[in-house]
Design a binder for this molecule. Sequence first.
Ligand code: TYM
Length: 382
Amino acid sequence: MSNENFSVTPWEVKGKVDYDKLIIQFGTQKITPELKEEISKLIGGDLHVMLRRDIFFSHRDLDLILKDYRNGKGFFLYTGRAPSLGMHIGHLIPFIFTKWLQDKFKVNVYIEITDDEKFMRNQEYTLEQTRQWAYDNILDIIAVGFDPDKTFIFQDTEYIKNMYPITTKIAKKLTFNEVKATFGLELSSNIGIIFYPALQIAPTMFEKKRCLIPAGIDQDPYWRLQRDIAESLGYYKAAQIHSKFLPPLTGPEGKMSSSIPESAIYLTDDPKTVERKIMKYAFSGGQPTVELHRKLGGNTEIDVSFQWLYYFFEPDDNKIREIEEEYRSGKMLTGELKEILIEKLNNTLEEHRQMKEMAKDKVRLFKYDGKLATEMWNKIHE
Ligand code: TYM
């Protein structure tokens, strides 16, 4: 990674990511038009905006997942979240997409909430805090609209008893050397964080079907380890579908991150805050004066407001093309583009807040694992 001017790890994204180069670095596959066509045929309808626009752009074994689906073997979905004080709109990406996959393929979804990971990785947080955040983040995740009959949300510090047998088997297969090299750990790293990868890998083995993981590509190092050991434990190598990162407000480099408040719109931001942040911070691809802008037009490649609309806030393909043309030609000014985004964002956030309010009554439904007639469940309770 050192000879590139960007880097992607599970903890940090630096620079402007070249996603084609990342595919080569990480050894993953590009999602081809043929693969998209096949998905469209299997679901008998249109693709999600994030697939159409290559926000989900890379994969491993997605072709095998589709084959298992066609043959009636089926598959299951797994994704997760290390809880923080507040989720931002970038965090919605994997969950919105996972929900769409669940709707289309009617499969089980497992969602791991790693309150332990967050605690062990950050000196300043207490376990009580990360557990409290877990509850709040779970409400945000439920608000995305998962099917309670097919979705199991579990929190590591609570569910550990049931995960421990498979985690122990995984841990025995991984050496400190491998984990240290994969995650850049030090001899001085606490031993919790050394063990933790076994816990993130465990849910890929919750069923004896192939597992598909929708997530940002930053999580890839875990899956590389999983793929080295899965078959020796009698499970499938995990398949993945990777997304790009929603850029921070402040510019096209890096990713939106909860630890940099001016980079993010939080799910709790009220309409006034959204307006203020976008107007003040949203990095513009426009020209310095109106006159120049009318003449030269704006650059949609680096304009964060346009990028956010493109990622998913303007799912209508005709409308986004229109906005792109008008902005590039100079007909639309930066302020006008920002107004469009502010309205879309506030509508989405308002809807989310209402769904989150309703989620409070549903937590037990989502955390109840008895509904999942999986081998995991049977094994635990036999
Ligand atoms: P965490 O909490 O850092 O991130 C949760 C998910 O959000 C994605 N993500 C983003 N996607 C697009 N744009 C962004 N700006 C952005 N920021 C974060 C992440 O890629 C991730 O998919 N260790 C994990 C928790 C975990 C997990 C999993 C994640 C446990 N099991 C299985 C994915 C799949 C973590 O710290 O995620």
